[in-house]
Design a protein around this ligand. Structure first.
Ligand code: NAG
Ligand code: NAG
Ligand code: NAG
Ligand code: NAG
Ligand code: NAG
Ligand code: NAG
Ligand code: NAG
Ligand code: NAG
Length: 809
């Protein structure tokens, strides 16, 4: 006994986590019960049970045998409750606690535990309702954030029945085990899902490599079951090399998952076939109507010595949507070092979570995929319940409505980790010299609070705050070039002389944080000549900073009115419209899933030194409807004066809402006045209304900015105005697509005649063709995507590498 105790101490210290709160109770037992070195105390005389009536201590007869990975002895006694009763435990350390409930129904005197029906709740969250267990042993596992000084666990029998419990564990959890939140794959827009106040129920904890890891091999006594029963693929290889696992400082520790988990993996059987192209799929059945926290564990312990195959890179999908694009664990942590990423996902209406790995052969990579472990935990819902009957109602007509998007997530996917690290080290060195004691965890790249939702392997780079401070001279007031709802925009210069615009968020609201994340994520996904490029971002020290390419000539709005800038010529205006239309057309058609900008206005169209237009500000953008849907339903966002009336009244968002706003932008550009101008006679205050009136009375030419009337040709004016009018059609369905708008604008420019720029002859003839028939245009391949010149070729890594060189000096 004593030796066992010492061994258990040794195991504990070896595993390195000593919970501040640790209640192990063998319910109904009259003596302490030591299982695998852990002592479950007899609850015979516990004063912490509050009950209004008597409780019964039940013991299973010796004829019962229990087979459970948790051992059998804990299941053989139980405490029976005939009325609602609670266990109450004082808590020393607030934070997330793990709760395990052990059940095994046996027959005791005249109590048949398999007939018991009861509910269990903790901290006012329903864990189980009308729960009944007919046979076999079960262990239910939950975790919740304890914010008060105690945990109250209540068992309430259904009337006429009774409740029972065989054993109970309540222990503190190390903070790295369950994060405060994770990126959600759900809502049509990728969001950060905070679940600090939610209870999590473990529904699957799986060790890949088809090997079960029993609780005794896990520092937190978790059971990891083998993946065999979930695997939907026969041709896989199970790897097992626990000795190859080496935990690294700053990356997942043994508390996240033991070496027995990271040391095994299920991988594709693709070594012999460089053209291998199949997914590995695991299927999990869960309760629909809830969200699930999913943690994917990886560790490259594959016994493959062909160095030319590494680094392995692959995609991770949940229900056919990207959970991680181009995951490259070898690049992130290196061979043998554990890595994980988290997402929140919703199952299909049938309750399926279909997890698959797919090859990423980009750049001629070798197709190899592997997974080491996976945890799936159900999140309690807004009704504070985990019970199916409290599930969110899913509409039977369109069960998947709210699920959408190509969003993805990950731990901070650091494409240039080495580079960033270098900068970080330099910064830290420098900072140490200047301000002692301010080095708060910046080097901790895997900090979950800083986890950015990243949608693509082409991500924006995370900049250390010191680099930005230097670029903006510590956010000098005189460098402010704009102020908006989000915060201030500064002009900055990086060490290599690159001019940048630095947007520094001020709002600490969730809204602000969400827009910040959306913007970084959106901008990371795509690069296009007519979309403002992301250079990087910074979320150190609660900052929300986004660094963009600097746009020399500011907003289009500023060039139209309210400034001393020389008026834009008609040709310049047309070209600006074409540029912005190209950017929006790309957003609507280029990315895997259409993106709706939602805030198209002249203040969000920027001009570079050559007056080339780029669309900016993706803070409230979101993915468009799925193919089989016509719209996404959403709360109204956007700018007054530009809002699509259909969207306003029906709250149904489609790409056509952007088209409407673009129509307003066109009117603003041709008229050179604000969309709402209180200084004008009442019938002219609202630009769109005024234009409608003028059109009705056939006087639309009156809308034209007097500063350009002389230079414009009748044909181009008519074309332009006609297109603008169509964009403003009341019904989205009647509006042209951005592609149509673009063709027509190009046609208008053609009608202006040859300018200084020589038009591509093929393109121009196509433009004319299309201007004739819109239906043909729509079916014509998207030329602006095909024309590579629009896809930004500037490599961020170049900018970055240059910067580092400068830093190194
Ligand atoms: C059970 O263990 C506790 C300490 O964990 C001890 O105080 C108690 O006396 C033990 N009870 C029995 C019946 O051995
Ligand atoms: C549970 O609800 C009761 C009554 O509403 C409240 O007094 C108590 O503080 C709640 N407990 C927790 C942990 O929220
Ligand atoms: C628990 O909740 C409190 C208050 O909501 C929060 O400050 C804390 O970070 C949470 N802890 C965890 C581990 O989620
Ligand atoms: C669990 O630990 C024991 C002893 O430490 C070891 O022999 C066994 O192989 C481990 N099991 C697994 C699945 O890793
Ligand atoms: C996984 O292991 C179990 C036993 O541990 C075995 O029955 C099953 O066939 C294995 N599955 C696969 C796919 O090999
Ligand atoms: C792998 O799964 C993804 C997502 O479901 C799918 O898009 C892709 O076509 C699949 N690949 C293969 C080879 O089946
Ligand atoms: C799971 O996903 C894979 C690949 O995406 C697909 O082939 C399979 O049909 C899906 N299975 C179910 C049950 O949805
Ligand atoms: C990541 O992988 C690429 C090869 O795809 C390699 O060139 C690069 O050096 C790796 N980066 C790091 C930081 O290991």
């Amino acid at each position: 006994m004593r030796i066992l105790f010492i061994i258990s101490l040794l195991i504990h210290s070896a595993l390195g986590f000593v919970p501040a709160d640790n209640y192990l109770v063998d319910c109904g037992s009259k003596s302490n019960n030591t299982v695998e070195g852990r002592t479950f105390s007899a609850d015979d005389l516990r004063a912490d049970v509050l009950s209004t009536s008597r409780t019964i201590h039940a013991e299973a007869s010796s004829s019962y045998s229990v087979s459970s990975d948790y051992g059998s002895s804990l299941f053989l006694t139980a405490r029976i409750f005939e009325s609602a009763s609670s266990y109450k435990f004082p808590i020393r350390e607030k934070g997330r606690h793990l709760v395990r409930l052990y059940f095994f129904p046996f027959l005791f005197e005249n109590y048949d535990l398999s007939k018991a029906e009861f509910s269990v709740s903790a901290q006012n969250i329903t864990l189980l309702r009308n729960f009944r267990i007919q046979s076999g042993a079960a262990v239910k596992e939950y975790s919740f954030n304890v914010t008060t000084g105690q945990i109250v666990l209540t068992l309430a029998p259904k009337s006429g029945s009774f409740a029972f419990l065989n054993a109970l564990e309540i222990t503190s959890l190390p903070s790295e085990v369950i994060p405060a939140g994770a990126g959600s794959m759900d809502a049509p827009k990728t969001t950060y899902r905070n679940f600090q106040d939610r209870c999590l129920e473990t529904v699957a904890r799986v060790n890949m490599g088809n090997r079960t890891v029993p609780p005794r091999n896990d520092s937190l006594w978790r059971l990891w079951i083998n993946d065999g029963e979930y695997l939907k693929q026969n041709k896989v290889i199970f790897e097992s090399r626990p000795q190859a696992v080496s935990y690294k400082e700053g990356w997942p520790s043994e508390n996240v998952a033991p070496a027995a988990v990271y040391g095994t993996a299920t991988r594709s059987d693709s070594v012999v076939d460089p053209n291998f192209n199949a997914n590995i799929t695991w299927l999990f059945r869960v309760d629909p109507g809830f969200e699930y926290f999913m943690r994917f564990h990886f560790c490259d312990v594959l016994e493959l010595d062909y160095s030319s195959m590494r680094p392995f890179q692959f995609h991770v999908f949940v229900n056919s949507r990207f959970a991680y694009i181009g995951l490259n664990v070898d690049n992130l942590t290196g061979q043998g070092a554990p890595y994980y990423f988290d997402v929140v996902a919703s199952p299909t209406h049938r309750g399926e979570l279909n997890v698959s790995l797919g090859p990423s052969t980009e750049g001629g990579r070798y197709p190899m995929m592997f997974l080491s472990g996976l945890e799936i935990m159900k999140l309690s819902n807004s009704k504070a319940s985990l019970h199916v009957s409290d599930a969110a109602v899913t509409s039977s007509r369109n069960p998947q409505t709210k699920v959408g998007v190509i969003c993805l997530v990950g731990g901070v996917l650091i494409a240039a980790i080495g580079v960033v690290l270098a900068i970080f080290l330099i910064c830290r060195k420098r900072r140490k010299q200047t301000t002692v004691g301010q080095s708060k965890e910046e080097g901790h790249f895997h900090d979950d609070d800083n986890t950015m939702i990243i949608s693509s392997s082409k991500i924006g780079y995370k900049f250390p705050l010191c680099v930005i401070e230097e670029a903006t001279d510590k956010f000098r007031e005189s460098l402010i070039i704009g102020v908006g709802g989000f915060g201030k925009v500064y002009k900055g210069v990086l060490r290599d002389g690159t001019m940048v615009a630095v947007k520094r968020g001020s709002s600490k609201s969730t809204q602000g944080l969400m827009e910040f994340r959306t913007e970084v994520e959106m901008l990371s996904q795509f690069r296009h000549r007519h979309l403002v490029s992301l250079i990087g971002y910074c979320d150190d020290m609660d900052e929300m900073i986004i660094i963009y390419e600097f746009m020399e000539n500011g907003t289009v709005k500023n060039h139209l009115y309210g400034s001393d800038l020389p008026p834009l010529t008609w040709r310049q205006r047309l070209e600006i419209c074409i540029g912005a239309a190209k950017g929006l057309h790309y957003l609507h058609t280029g990315p895997a899933k259409a993106i709706i900008h939602r805030d198209v206005k002249t203040a969000n169209i920027l001009l570079d030194e050559n007056l080339m237009a780029k669309v900016a500000d993706f803070g409230i953008s979101r993915a468009g409807p799925d193919l089989n849907e016509t719209h996404v339903s959403t709360a109204i966002r956007g700018s007054f004066g530009y809002l699509d009336p259909e969207y306003l009244t029906r709250q149904q968002l489609t790409e056509k809402s952007d088209v409407y706003s673009f129509g307003v932008v066109m009117l603003e550009i041709i008229s050179g006045r604000p969309v709402i101008d209180q200084s004008r006679p009442s019938e002219e205050v609202i630009l769109v209304q005024w234009a409608m009136e003028l059109q009705k009375s056939g006087k639309l030419h009156q809308i034209v900015d007097p500063q350009i009337t002389s230079e414009m040709k009748e044909g181009s004016l008519l074309k332009f105005v006609e297109v603008a009018g169509k964009c403003l059609a009341e019904l989205g369905a009647d509006r042209p697509s951005m592609g149509d708008v673009l063709w027509n604008l190009e046609a208008a420019l053609q009608l202006e005649g040859k300018g200084k720029e020589q038009e591509n002859p093929i393109q121009s003839s196509r433009s004319f063709l299309s201007a004739v028939s819109r239906s043909e245009i729509s079916s014509t391949a998207d030329f602006s995507l095909g024309s590579m010149k629009d896809l930004d070729g500037v490599s961020l890594s170049k900018v970055f590498a240059k910067m580092v060189k400068e830093e190194m000096r």
